[in-house]
Design a protein around this ligand. Sequence first.
Ligand code: PPE
Length: 315
Amino acid sequence: MAFECDYIWMNGEFVPFAEAKVHFLTSSLHYGTSLFEGIRSYSTPEGPAVFRLKDHINRLIKSAHILGIQDLPYSFEEMYEAALEITRKNNMEECYIRPLIYISVGGWNLSVEGVTINMGIACWKWNNYLGEAALINGVRANVSSFARHHANIMMTKGKVAGNYVNSVLAKTESMRLGFDEAIMLDSQGNVSECTGENLFTVRNGVIYTPPRNSVLEGITRESIICLAKDLGYEVVEETITRDQLYISDEVFVSGTAAEVIALSQIDFRQIGTGKTGPVCASLQAAYSDAIHGRNSKYEHWLDYIYQKEENSLAS
Ligand code: PPE
């Protein structure tokens, strides 16, 4: 996995990869006060397209708002264009796009008051986030000993860098124990989400997912709910307990990086057949069709990289 591209967009300039540096005394580096997004572009019959770019840019702006940052140096339109431009500049078709907003000046008194904000956007190839065989075989997960953030501690709706220490603790523990991913419970002890994915269960053909309270409002989660309803599934947002996971017919996770992946085992208990189940498989197929522009119903989720004039910021 090479985190490489020719250029990184930094404050409106295309900076060669090796020169894209930030200063040691950048307060966001010390306090985790940067904000980011994870976005993907895919090839489609009409050329490469970014999936739900407008929703990702909107969430980035909302993350800054949640942190209390009052003035961003770039507008929605500028960030949207920059994300498309850096992908073009690097000649990438299928890639992961990572915008990051950080405090470049100020922020040393543990406040975002009066800070100067910088922004960068990188892109790189990032396939098979949870491993190559995961699509069919699923991955093995444990319930983490680390709880997900309480909503009044870390503001789970913001993709703030510091929030991810919680994910890093859980994922590192999980991998060292021999699992592939960690499921995190919220501070009440109910199922929340995974370290970088939202979670769904299936029981008797009905799809369940935890309510939005303690989770990141995943754009893939919302896409999956929409696709599932369009396929005729009932989708219920309700509290899920740890033992409800164990007795589910299927459990699967969704995220931009991971896409849609089944959990084959949780805490050494096989889930369903121990492979990707039929509901998850149908959603994997529907998601794949949507991101690759094979279903015109979801065309509005795509922003074409090389036919910018056809993209509509108004939609
Ligand atoms: N929960 C968390 C905690 C999370 O980080 C993500 C995305 C999601 C849910 C799913 O959100 P969405 O991508 O909008 O469907 N995790 C990103 C970062 C992964 C990483 O390793 O970094 C991602 O998938 O891009």
